[in-house]
Design a protein around this ligand. Structure first.
Ligand code: HEM
Length: 511
């Protein structure tokens, strides 16, 4: 740092810096103490808190979520309290209904969440409560419900599969030969491919912009790299036990906060440029992406950027995570794989083409398989709200105003009291009645949340997952390089596999 170039140089400047930093430090320590005393119990020595603090769960479980699932399964109410985190976690469907629907207004996202994601998402839907949320929700529901937007979205997905995903798989299949026995393509990571696939589709759908990430020969676009960094670094904020730590780093513009601010600057520059170009084109652009549809009703460009960036975050990693889990479950369940192919042959005949929207919709077994895979591996494993006022959950748990309350779809999918004795078994048939998909109570399957804030991209996500998985399953056999592979997650907002999912791809006989 070059102090000479600072405006306040000399002894007076040094003194002012000293006073400023001392004041900041004292203020921060004081606020930290108040926060700890009000919301956390750092001195708690109960078994659960001790195991959390010493990471003792690692000796028995691969993932923190598996340990939570274990605790929730053994809790008579299906609710636990991690005192040192000030977090009440529930897997009880009655509580989930209470939080997400009956007492919706008492459980907003809260200031804590919006502070964490505020720099990246601004005032976007994902990060808003109250009237601002309601306005965007209404507008976005109208758009996403429209037939033309849906068919445009499906066109984008189909073309991405036809022109990029399948050619990419063709280029990396392991071909047996006498000299060169089947060798996995080095580093063909299914999760990485699906992240590129879903980023291309969500960018084209939201901005009308094609980052071309799935062309593996090309480096990831600057935008994708910046977006990756921004969502990862924002998620890291949530992992610091006291928010003052990252707030101080942001104030000083150092470390991860410096990188985050650079990534956000890059996203903003690009978003501003796209919005400017679209404004210049006016209604002549005649496009069906969300930006074109919102541009006439939102005149504040900064807000427009926030709206669109929220969609990118909502629709990117979730779909990639859902698809990776789905393909893994299919690879582990040959009977399910065969049933998917049989259903496709029945509906589509022997064509090599990608399924149409109508064909996709009529595949109930595939639909059930997608739901079943997200029951056991939900892309968003848990989701937190912050209680405004004191409350009592239906199972009798007292909630003090200001407390973080988390519902846990990952644990819920593994509860025998919700799904029966075979809860841990992958069985798409549980979703079918006489061969027709039969939805379950959304409060026992809150994978897309439920109630007034239920996911707006649910239909799109499911169609996208069905179309991509089907196209791959019909043409290839996909197996993990390591047959004993089990999911291990990296910390973050969306379930992301720590080391990806390396696979071997072979063409199916006759393809
Ligand atoms: C498998 C894929 C997906 C899953 C599992 C999923 C799940 C969720 C969940 C759990 C929420 C609630 C989050 C919260 O309030 O903290 C949510 C909200 C949302 N999702 Fe999705 N999502 C998926 C895909 C998508 C896609 C593709 C889009 C966009 C096209 C999308 C758009 C949204 C939006 C806009 C919200 C905010 C709704 C609101 O606050 O009113 N999602 N999603």
């Amino acid at each position: 740092m070059e102090f000479e170039s600072f405006p306040w140089s000399g002894p007076l400047g040094t003194m002012l810096y000293f006073v400023f930093f001392s004041f900041t430090a004292v203020f921060s320590i004081f606020s930290l103490l108040i926060f700890i005393l009000r919301h956390l119990q750092p001195w708690c020595t109960c078994d659960t808190c001790h195991t959390y603090l010493t990471a003792g769960w690692r000796s028995h479980f691969d993932n923190l979520s598996d340990w939570y699932a274990h605790l929730l399964r053994h809790s008579p109410t299906g609710t636990i309290h991690i005192h040192v985190l000030g977090n009440i976690i529930t897997a009880n469907p009655d509580n989930v209904h209470h939080i997400l629907k009956s007492r919706f207004h008492n459980y907003p996202k809260g200031k804590q969440f919006s502070a964490i994601l505020g720099d990246l998402l601004g005032r976007g839907i994902f990060n808003s409560d109250g009237d601002r949320w309601m306005f965007q929700r209404k507008m976005a529901s109208l758009e996403l419900g429209s037939v033309s937007v849906r068919s445009c979205a499906f066109e984008i997905v189909s073309s991405e599969i036809r022109t990029r995903l399948l050619p990419l798989f063709d280029s990396v299949i392991a071909r047996p030969s006498s000299e060169d026995p089947v060798k996995p393509h080095p580093g063909f990571d299914l999760q990485d491919v699906f992240r590129r696939f879903s980023f291309d589709t969500i960018c084209r759908f939201s901005f009308g912009l094609d980052p071309g990430c799935l062309k593996l020969s090309l480096p990831m676009s600057e935008f994708a790299v910046a977006f990756d960094a921004a969502s990862r670094l924002s998620a890291q904020r949530a992992l610091t036990r006291a928010s003052l730590v990252w707030k101080l780093k942001r104030l000083l513009n150092i470390g991860s906060e410096k990188k985050l601010s650079e990534a956000i600057k890059m996203i903003n520059t690009l978003a501003e440029e796209v919005i400017r170009q679209r404004r210049e084109m006016g209604s002549s652009s005649n496009k069906n992406d969300l930006l074109s549809r919102f541009i006439d009703s939102i005149h504040d460009d900064r807000f427009l950027r926030d709206v669109i960036v929220s969609f990118l975050l909502a629709g990117r990693d979730t779909v990639a995570s859902g698809l990776t889990g789905l393909l893994w479950f299919i690879s582990q369940n040959p009977k399910v794989e065969e049933a998917i192919r049989e259903e496709a042959d029945r509906v589509m005949g022997q064509t090599d083409d990608v399924a149409t929207f109508e064909q996709i919709r009529s595949m109930h077994y595939l639909h059930a398989t997608v739901y079943e895979s997200m029951r056991l591996l939900p892309p968003i494993q848990f989701d937190s709200k912050f209680a405004l006022e004191d409350d009592i959950l239906p199972d009798g748990t007292f909630i003090k105003g200001g407390t973080r309350v988390t519902y846990h779809p990952y644990a819920m999918g593994r509860m025998e009291r919700i799904w029966g004795n075979d809860a841990l078994k992958f069985r798409p048939e549980r979703w079918l009645k006489d061969g027709v998909f039969s939805p379950q109570n959304p409060y026992k399957y809150p994978v897309f949340q439920a109630g007034p804030r239920v996911c707006l991209g649910k239909e799109l996500a499911i169609v996208e997952m069905k179309a991509a998985a089907l196209a791959l399953v019909r043409k290839y056999s996909i197996l993990p390089v390591d047959p004993s592979w089990k999911p291990q997650f990296a910390p973050g907002l969306t379930a992301t596999l720590r080391d990806g999912l390396p696979v071997i791809i072979t063409p199916r006989r006759g393809c």
